[in-house]
Design a protein around this ligand. Structure first.
Ligand code: MG
Length: 287
């Protein structure tokens, strides 16, 4: 099931998308918070939109499917070729040649204020950065809460998957050592277009592509992840209770702007589109 959050007639609703007919079927009229829906869902409530009249997707405005209650958990350097391009770019503080791959995943976060929806404009923040870059990523949405989740149980805690663009100010990422300052700028986390429930996709084998103004920049498969989704959930939930609606961005493959010599940073007017098989496409312009 593809579950979206959208606005129609100035009302925010949740709905189930039927891509075959380009129609969205609204769920309950009073349900607009995806985290609430996920909580209901993991406690056994089944939802379906059958019988409710559909609305053409062209008549609604899609929003980010979820704005999490707390920071998005993110993973850095989780594809081998990207770890190499990042370490060699000069933008990784403390990079050591030959030690591009770490024995533990790099984990950082982005605040909920970074989240914007499909089609939203990402702000370039020229007063704060001159080096805005894109990162196409598969994101995991947590369902059942848990702490100290073993890898063998981890996928039971996954409610669904979506797409994020982990937009990054490379100069701030480098200058401030820790990554938060380069990752947390307002609008720096486009997300969507919807959440696909975990029963419909295998997160360990999804094609991921990113284009800038139609030019292919990133192309990979999530089977190339260095730390796979169960390992990430085990690592992040160690001593930290993951809750329904938490979001984990799993890292980006090679082909980001700093992978080029000289770097190809985004400029005002650029459009970045990320496509993940089985999920859909997330497109945003930058200005
Ligand atoms: Mg990233």
């Amino acid at each position: 099931m593809k579950v979206a959050r959208f606005v129609v007639d100035q009302k925010t609703l949740l709905g189930v998308v039927d891509e075959a007919t380009n129609v969205i079927h609204p769920l309950d009229d009073h349900l607009s918070n995806m985290t609430d829906l996920i909580r209901f869902s993991v406690s056994g409530f089944t939802f379906d939109a059958k019988g409710r009249p559909g609305i053409s997707l062209s008549e609604v405005k899609l929003l980010a499917p979820i704005v999490p209650d707390r920071n998005i958990f993110c993973v850095g350097k989780n594809y081998f070729e990207h770890a190499k391009e990042f370490a060699g770019s000069g933008f990784e503080a403390g990079a050591v040649k030959g030690k591009e791959i770490d024995p533990y995943p790099a984990i950082f976060s982005k605040p909920p204020s970074t989240v914007v929806g499909p089609g939203a404009v990402v702000e370039m923040h020229p007063e704060a950065t001159q080096a805005v870059d894109y990162e196409a990523e598969l994101a995991v949405i947590i369902g059942q809460s848990g702490r100290n989740i073993p890898e063998s149980e981890a996928l039971r805690h996954v409610w669904g998957y979506t797409i994020v663009n982990d937009v990054t100010a490379r100069d701030r990422q480098r200058n401030h050592k820790q990554w938060l300052a380069g990752k947390a700028l307002d609008t720096f986390c486009p997300m969507g277009p919807w959440i696909v429930t975990a029963d419909e996709v295998d997160g360990s084998n999804l094609d991921i592509e990113c284009t800038v103004n139609g030019e292919l920049r990133q192309k990979a498969n999530t089977n190339d992840l260095i730390f796979e989704i169960p390992q990430l959930i085990a690592a992040i939930s160690a001593g930290l209770t993951l809750r329904p609606g938490d979001v984990i961005a799993t890292g980006t493959p090679a082909g980001v702007g700093i992978g080029f010599t000289p770097p190809r940073f985004l400029v005002s007017g650029d459009r970045v589109e990320i496509t993940i098989s089985g999920i859909g496409s997330l497109s945003n312009s930058f200005a």
